[in-house]
Ligand binder design. Structure first.
Ligand code: ZN
Length: 387
């Protein structure tokens, strides 16, 4: 579905994110040689892109954007009180999402997304409706339903975590609230980190933090470097500091919990993950954090169910699919695990900058060092290394 670009902000790693009229965000990275978008690096290039059109696959899947809040609930309606306008094909205004909730009975919601969505909803079920998308309710028999209207209330955002977050629709990098707090040198630190120059990145973040110890983005960045360099206690100290700086943000807790898994302190990981998931239930990839913990604590079946559901919800998230493969391996379903690993091996994870095979191999090495070595693991590692 075509949406309009209404502004840009930088995430805390300095990458540019387009804000769309549908309230979704989309990374617009300049990543030569894979993606050439030099215009996104300049204020004039971004200004020229505002008002332009961009394909939004999340709208076609009717995925509710992050951080919306309900501003109004219409209903409950029954078959008699349902306004006639809701039975005809209609649309929700720009900038507002709907969420149909069925309290009792059953209704079929049909939406002109691409491809069209048609879902039958029963009592207790609900479905998001994107702005501006023609949709129809068909009712056959008794029903009770409400429609929530959601939009983004920017006033609640202070102190929240920037990634996938929202800023005002601004183009000027200097006034964007999600501008990494340390400015250009923090962005430089993240660029070094992503380019694999982790020692240089850590030195850059050290320098920033010597001058501005409260720089949240730099604290997160140094934590990541410490983790990468195996300095787990220092990484935990940095993520603890980041948590103190932004107590309502989920990211520091997810990051710290992930370190606890690496040092086999699974109870501490679970405590952090649970606290983080309460703060931000829709945190991107949240299921992958829990799935990984389940994989390491002998609950592979639970990891499998969670990752399969998450993979349907977030089909572009490679980590869910990798966790499905790991869970099958641990469950002794070697053949299905093989297929699952083969399917992800050559895919490229844009966030981590490596292939699915490389991520899976890192995970398997970590499992072995934690004493988890299911039958078939060695042959799968051999297969993945050939990629
Ligand atoms: Zn969208």
């Amino acid at each position: 579905m075509i949406r309009r670009v209404v502004g840009f902000h930088q995430d805390e790693e300095g990458d540019w994110v387009a804000e769309l009229s549908c309230l979704h965000n989309q990374h617009v990275r300049h990543q030569p040689p894979f993606v050439e978008r030099p215009w996104v690096q300049t204020a004039s290039g971004r200004a020229a892109a505002v008002g332009g059109e961009i394909e939004c696959p999340l709208c076609d899947r009717a995925e509710l954007p992050d951080r919306l809040s309900t501003v109004h609930t219409a209903g409950p309606f029954d078959a008699d009180s349902l306004p006639p306008g809701l039975r005809r094909t209609h649309r929700i205004a720009d900038g507002t999402w709907g969420c149909l909730r069925v309290l009792d009975g059953e209704t079929v919601l049909t939406m002109e997304t691409n491809p069209p969505i048609s879902v039958s909803l029963k009592a207790g079920e609900g479905h998001p409706i994107p702005p501006g998308v023609p949709h129809t309710l068909s009712i056959d028999g008794p029903v009770s339903l409400t429609v929530d209207f959601l939009t983004r209330d920017e006033s609640h955002l202070s102190g929240s975590d920037p990634p996938n977050g929202v800023s005002s629709a601004t183009v000027s990098s200097s006034s964007a609230p999600d501008m990494p707090s340390g400015g250009d040198s923090t962005v430089r630190g993240w660029q070094l980190y992503k380019a694999g120059q982790v020692d240089g990145a850590r030195a850059t973040f050290d320098t920033i933090l010597a001058a501005t110890p409260e720089d949240y983005s730099a604290v997160l960045g140094r934590g990541r470097c410490q983790r990468h360099l195996g300095a787990y206690q220092e990484a935990i100290a940095d993520f603890t500091k980041a948590h103190e700086l932004r107590p309502r943000a989920a990211r520091p807790l997810f990051e710290r919990g992930a370190i606890s898994i690496l040092i086999e302190r699974y109870d501490e990981a679970l405590t952090d993950y649970e606290a983080a998931a309460i703060l931000e239930p829709a945190y991107p990839g949240v299921a992958s954090y829990f799935a990984e913990l389940y994989l390491y604590t002998g609950r592979a079946q639970r990891a499998l169910v969670l990752s399969e559901r998450a993979s349907r919800d977030e089909p572009t998230n490679l980590v869910h699919r990798i966790n499905i493969a790991h869970a099958r391996l641990l469950l002794g379903e070697t053949e299905r695990a093989n297929h699952a690993y083969d399917a992800i091996a050559d895919l490229h994870d844009p966030g981590k900058g490596i292939t699915g095979a490389a991520i899976a191999l890192q995970d398997l090495a970590q499992m072995r060092s934690a004493g988890i070595e299911p039958p078939g693991m060695v042959s799968i590692e051999r297969r993945l290394k050939k990629r």
